[in-house]
Structures are given as structure tokens and as C-alpha cells.
Ligand binder design. Sequence first.
Ligand SMILES: [Zn+2]
Length: 1011
Amino acid sequence: MSRSYRILPIFALLGSSVLALAQVPEYARDPHQAVDEAYTAAIRKYTTAPEFNSPLTDYLPASKNVPTPAKVLGDVSGAPGILPYAEDVYKYFRELAAASPRVRVVSIGHTEEGREMIAVAVADESLLAHQKENDERLAKLADPRTLDMDDAKAAPLIAASTPVYYITGTIHSPETGAPTALMELAYRLAVDDSPYIQYVRSHVITLITPVVEVDGRDRMVDIYRWHKAHPNDTYPHLLYWGHYVAHDNNRDAMTMNLALTRNVLNTYIGWHAQVLHDLHESVPFLYDNTVGDEPYNSWIDPILTDEWQMLGWSNVQAMTKLNMPGVFTHGDFDTWSPGYLMFLAAMHNGISRLYETFGNGGADTVERVLTPDEYARTWYRPNPPLPKVLWSQRNNNNYEQTALLTTLSYFAQNGKLFLNNYYLKSKRSILKPAENGPAAYVLTADDPSPSRQAMLLRVLHDQHIEVQQTAAPVTVELPQPAKSSDTEKDDDDAKSGKPKPPTSRTFPAGSYVIRMDQPYSRIADALLDRQFWSPEDPQKHPYDDTGWSLGPLFGVDTARILDTAILKTPMHLVADPTAPSQSASLSGDTFLVENHADPSLIALRYQFEHATITATDNGMTAGGHNYPAGTWIVRGVSASDLEKAAAPLHLHVAAASDVPSVASHPVPTPRIAVMHTWLDTQPEGWWRLALDNLHIPYIYISTQTVAAESDLHAKYDVILFAPVGRSSQLILSGIPMWGNAMPWQKSDITPNLGGIDSTSDIRPGLGETGLAHLRDFIQRGGLFIASQDAAQFAIDSGLAPGVSVAPPGELKVVGTILNTAIVTNKGTSPSPVLAGYSTAPAVYSEDGMSFNVSNLLTGDRRLRAEAKTPRPTGRGGPDDPDVPQDRSFAQPMPLPKAKPWEPMPLTVEQTRNNPYVIPEQDRPQVLLRYADSKNLLVAGLLDHSDSLAEHAAVVAAHLGNGTTLLFANNPLYRGETIGSYALVTNAILGWQPPKVVGLNQEQTIQGTASR
Ligand SMILES: [Zn+2]
């Protein structure tokens, strides 16, 4: 059946809805409906100029029984000085629902801190009364398999159904306007009798989550209240938005680590909505990023790109007719990454949209002065924002509501078209194997790490992706690599006798199959495929990460299968692929736990703190099974307790009656601190999330705590310092001390601050005292783990002798996934940091940071430069010696050579009387380096890779008895880098007390095992 044949009948059936266009009312107020005069007067008063309002929102219709937002707010939506807590916002919506049959409120879950999230449905009472039947129809359209993929069966459902338009507000807590705008919008939709609004509410179910980041909203309101109480003081910027992360709460739509992401997706899917429209605030006056900029995400249905153009440009046109300045839809947002909250819809057969309106970060009315690029007239912004404006929250609320009402009207007019598209996109997702492939992704049953595999399956499960499991072994054909035009390479392969790539692969029974003939195949494909961002792409400023390939990031084999034979093999749907694995029936008192760089192992260690656990130094065989080096030998815990603990972690556990005597080292339970600054708490929030998910106990301290604690060594063994996003100087100095103190703590006016950490003044940084305490902590045997700019800070502060940051040259890396290689150091046993890694992990690199190491405290730069000195002008060819005339030729000494990750060997001249030579045992040790240029890129953008290739990525530097472990990558990033988590958990468990009675000689002398 041809594609056009399949689709044609549907368009024939759409005739009626297209006709509806002509009957749609133009905007006009209902002359018979009374106006709420006081409310309307206040709207006028708080709007700073008439052009910042529209006929849709410059009045409020009156109602005898339905309360306006003023009932809860005490003034109108957008009134200066008023910023309601989520609780008050909910109170209003619930009063609205109590008063109007056109409004319904449902609870959609809770945040990490236990605050409620809600959704509010607004539509004609008849639509809400029959919402269940409507939803049953939409559910069928969402999964055309239930309709036998038959357009004729879909058509009557489309004709009978009402679409759902889901609006979400205030995910970003300092972007404060949406809740009040949405309160008033809901009132208008429920009460206004103008034909325009009536048409909307009788043709669309508008679904609203007024506050997405509820924890952050309440803290933001606290900050604003503090500001109102101290009008002349500088107020602290919002540090903790959500419990874990700030702005990145809008980057969680891939791995779904945050409650808000899961709650919104469950609501979007549960209501079978067609649109997810997220409200933000930044640029003037309204950027509808629906059209955005290139490159568009490669995995979306092309129908969606057309819908984006329709909705974006029609919205701009509607606003243009209303003469509201500064509205545009083309702009610098690319839709490459699927990490944004609204993108959940794009990846689940709906439509993603986002507004950026102009907010003041609170409810003050202030003068705003724009930059030239903000007020410039461009082809896509013929009526640009004004260079200088007095701007109010009410203005912002006017823009948000007017834009939403006009777009809801457009959506209502074209509802049947969008419902048909929704059906078609779902259907085309199911047809993916036949159209563009692949057929499936397979996660093999014999993956060495069922634990990490389960973590990836958890992501797919939360994304509502169907996961199946095979009943029998299945063999599929593998595609052969394209014939290289580089015949030289082929010749090389032939000469070296390299084996030909396999032509087929057999997966054992029990393998997980992610079929691409399912409604949500697009999100699975987007997450599991590889990404390539061309260095030649006209877009030079990627909006976010350019790569996110979850298979390599999780260190899980996710085979991309083109052979459709995989779809015909017997398999069954797995209800919950994250359910605890079948526990081995254990007995005895000694157990073996395999180590495949599973981050979950650490959960087991701290759960059985009193158990005796050692890790083997080498591989071994026991009970006929091969165990890799790093396997745990566990004693002092009961078989049933271990079984119970290991099953949900999906760890391999076996009883070992006959453990061969193998060399092993103790696995301790160090005392951990996580150090944060008061400058920014986002990247460290992802670290906390990683630790909390793994049930790792830690004390949460700030740089101020470190400054105040003279003996850190007495309290902690390991201190983690996540990336900060600030300079070393600011980490040390903190926020300037001029001006007033800025408290972050609980008080009568700030009841929501201080729950995570608190201080009477966020300004002081680590300071010289704190740095001295940190140095003392390391020197006395502590392990200090630092990543990215925190590693830079450690280097700048002398905590990592012999390590420097490699100059980037022209390198371009933007949130890219890169391959690494394990560095084996002759004469030393492998570092515990690499325990369980049979291959080097792929890592996340934000900007291409890497390290150079040196045997000199002063660095290797001069030596490296000399080693590259070209021969001088003279006799002979480029490689010939320059033989001086009139004397015999003296053969020069060979120049020192080193690989990019190695220190330059010291010359005789350097070692003579040089206090900067680092003693051999104190020289930094490179554990992981980046792969060579040819093998470096896994996913994303990589250009001019030479200055990064083969350079050090993870380095253990030594200071006194302790270790500073430096990461150029971010090993605990956005819940995505599961494959590199174990670098950190291993390092923690690899820490050894400097002097412990009863350990062998080597450990006593060596001090830290991270060497
Ligand atoms: Zn935002």
C-alpha cells in the first residue's frame, strides 16, 4: 500500500473542519455580558502603555458566582508587589472549579520535597462531563494499532473528539509571571461569553499546570518577600530552585530524573494531549520559539516541523494584528536536543511549544533598558521591542494571555487537522521499521552489567516506551560497513589480517527489544541513536548539548538493528523492566559480587557498613564461573539480607563456598562530604541526585563550612567538589562584601529557605582559610574529587601539583560524548578508580577540557615546544641534519618525546639543582585519557580535535598523604552519565586510610589507594 493511498481518505474527511475556519468568530466582546469594572480599571492602571495590552485582556468579564483571581490575590493578576505561593495559586483554581462546571482540578503528583503539582482542565461543561469518553477516543488515536492501523476507523473518532492543549507555567522559578496569567486565563475561558472565547472552550480542552517547579516557586516567593521587606538592599539570587537543580530542570526530558518531568509526561500522556506549551521569561517581549532556528531535531516526524511553522507564524500574525510590539517566532533556539520539558510532546507524537515573555524576576514595575540586538528590527521582527520601557508584571501577563488566547483560538479552529496529525504521527511512528528504520534496538540478555542496563530500562520505562523480552535466541543480519572510498585503509586491513566484521549477531533468550513499530518509537530512537553535529553547520551556537547517545553514556550495549527479522521473533511485553531481578538462592557465609563498574555496588557497601568486603586484585575462577578483577568478596552479612539488597540493584551475587585464595584489598566505607558554593548550586545538584539515587550517605557542606572547620580530616575522608560554573577566583573570594549581608535561611518571611543548607550571608567564599583547611585535609590522607572548573580551581590553588589545563587551541566541543582510553602505568597496579572497567567509558565533555601532566611543578610547556622545534634553514632536506661546515658533525642528543597524556621525560639539565622537580612518588598519575582523533567522537560536535585527542581526562594528583582526583569531564551529569558514575563511586571506595593497623605493608606505605 502506498503512503499516499493510506493518507488520502483522511484528508477527504477533513473537509468539514476546514470549512469551520470560515465560521470562526473574529474577536469581539459580548455586549450583553457585564464587565468587572474594578478589575478592569486595575488592569489599565498596571499596564504601563496601551500597546502592551490587547482587546482580549484589557477588561475582565464579570460573573455573579465565579471568583476572579482578585479574591485570592487581593488584587488583579499581575498587580505590582504580588507574587503568590503555589498554595495560593492552587487555592484559587480550586475555588474556580468549585464555582464553575467548566473547570476541574486534579492532583498530578508531588515534588522531591513533597509539594503538590496540579493540572486544571477548562472547557465547556458538556466536554468535561464527557471527558472520559473523549479520552478513550484519543487513546485509540494515540495508538493506531488499536484501530488496525485503519484510517477509516480513525476518521469517526477524529470527527467526534476534542483535542487537549496542555500549558505549563513557571518551570524556571525566577520567571515568575505565568501563575497569575494562567489564573486569569482560566477565569476568562470559563466565564467570558464572547463568541471568540466560547468557540475556544467548546472546541479545545485547555489543560493547565500553573506551577511546574513548585519547590522553586515557593523559594522564589520567599526571596521576593525578603526583597519587599528590605527594599534598599541587594537580595540574593535564587540558589536552589528545585531540590536538586535550577535551570536544568528544563533539561531533564531525556533521562527523566526529576519528579516534575515524570509528573508532566504522565499528565500529557494520561490526558492524550496534542500540545505541550511551556511558559518561560527572558527576552523582550514575546519570543514564541515554536519556529526557532536550525538544526531541528533529526528524529521528529516532519509533520511536526510543519505544525511548528503553522502555529508559530499564525501566532505572530494574530499578535501583529493586535499591534503588540516585539513578538517574533524565528530566533536562536534550535530544537536539536530533546532535553527540554516541552519536547516531551515532540517526542511523543504531539507538538512542543515554548514562549519567552519579558519578566522582571518578581512583581516590581521597573525601567528596562534593552540592548541593540534586542530592539533591532529584523526580517522576522518587523515591529521590534522598544529600546527603553517601563515594564510591569501586568504587561507580561497581558502578553502571555493574549498570545495564548489567540493561539488557542487558532488551535480550536484547526482542531480536526491537529487531531488527524496526532493520529498520523502515531501511525507513522509505528510504521518506522518499514519506512526509515531501524527495526529495533536490542539490549542483550548477556550484558555484563544488568545493573546499568536496568538503569537505562528505567529511563525507557518512564518515557512510556514499550520494552519487550525475547522468548528464544534470535539471530539477525548486521549491516556491512559502507565501502570506504579510502582504498588505502581497506588494503591496510587486508594486510593486517584484521577479521572481517561479523555479518550476523545472535541475542540470547531474555534479551530486551525496543521495537520501533510502537507509538513512542521516536523518543526511543532519539535517545539510543548517535548524534552528529557538523562542524560546518551554519548554527555556530548550539543551544544545549550536541550529543546524548544513551547507550555509550550508560555503558550499555544498545544494538541498533535494521533487520526486521527481529520483529518476528517471539517476545512478550515487560510490564516493568526495572522490577527486581530474580534473586539467586544464596546460602553460606561468603559471597561474591561481580564488579562491572556498576555504580550500584556502592549502595550495597553502605547498606552493609559492618560487613567485611574486599575486592580482588585479579580475575579468578570460582564454582566454574569466571570473575573479573575487582569482584567483591562479602562476609558478615546474611544470605537473605544480601539477596534482598542485591535484587533491586540487579547485581550478580553468588555464594562462594570455595573462594580461592586471591590477593584482595579492603573496600572501606569512607565518610563523605559534598562541598558546594553559595555562587551556584546546579551542577552539584546533579551530583547530589546521583548520590541520593545510589543511597550514598554524605554530609552536605559549603565552602563556608570548610572555612570554619579547622580539622576536616577528623570528620571526612572524601570531599566531592562538583563543577561550579564560576572562576577559581570567585570560588575563593565569594560574592563581593560591599553592600549588605544576604541571608539564605528560614525566617517568618522566608519559610521555604534553608531546608537544604543555610547561611546568614551567602557572600563569603572559601577564602584563604578554607583553602588552607582543604590543603591540610588532603595532605593528611584525604581524597578530594573535583571536576571541570572545580578541577581548574584545585589546579589553580596548588592542590594538584604537576597538573595543568591543556590549552584548547581552536578545539570546539559543545556538550559532546567522547571516547576515552585506560592508561596503564608500568610497574603500578591498576587504580581502584578503574575497577570493573573492562573497556574505557564514554564520557560527557562540556567544552573539551583536558589536562597536561608534568614532572615539574612549573609544567612542561617549554619542553613540549622545544620538542617540536623545526630544523633550521641549511643544507639537505627537511629530515637531514644541518651539518656545519669546517668541523666534524656532532650528533645532537635525541629530543625528549612523550605521548600527549604523558609527562615529558626530564632532561639532565632539568634535574640538576631544580627545586621544582616533583619527587617521583608524588607525580600525578593519569588514569584515563581521551581516545585518538580517529576514535574520539561518540556523539555531538567535535572540531579541531587535535588539542584534545589523547590528552589526560582523569588524573590522580598527590599532595602529602592524600590525593586530588581531577576530572576534565563531568562524571555525574544530568543523570545521563551512568557509565562514568563508577569512576566516582570507585574512587570513594578506593580510598584507604593512610595508616591502618593490620593491613599489609604496601598499603600502609602507599597511603591512598587512588595512586
Ligand atoms: Zn526559562
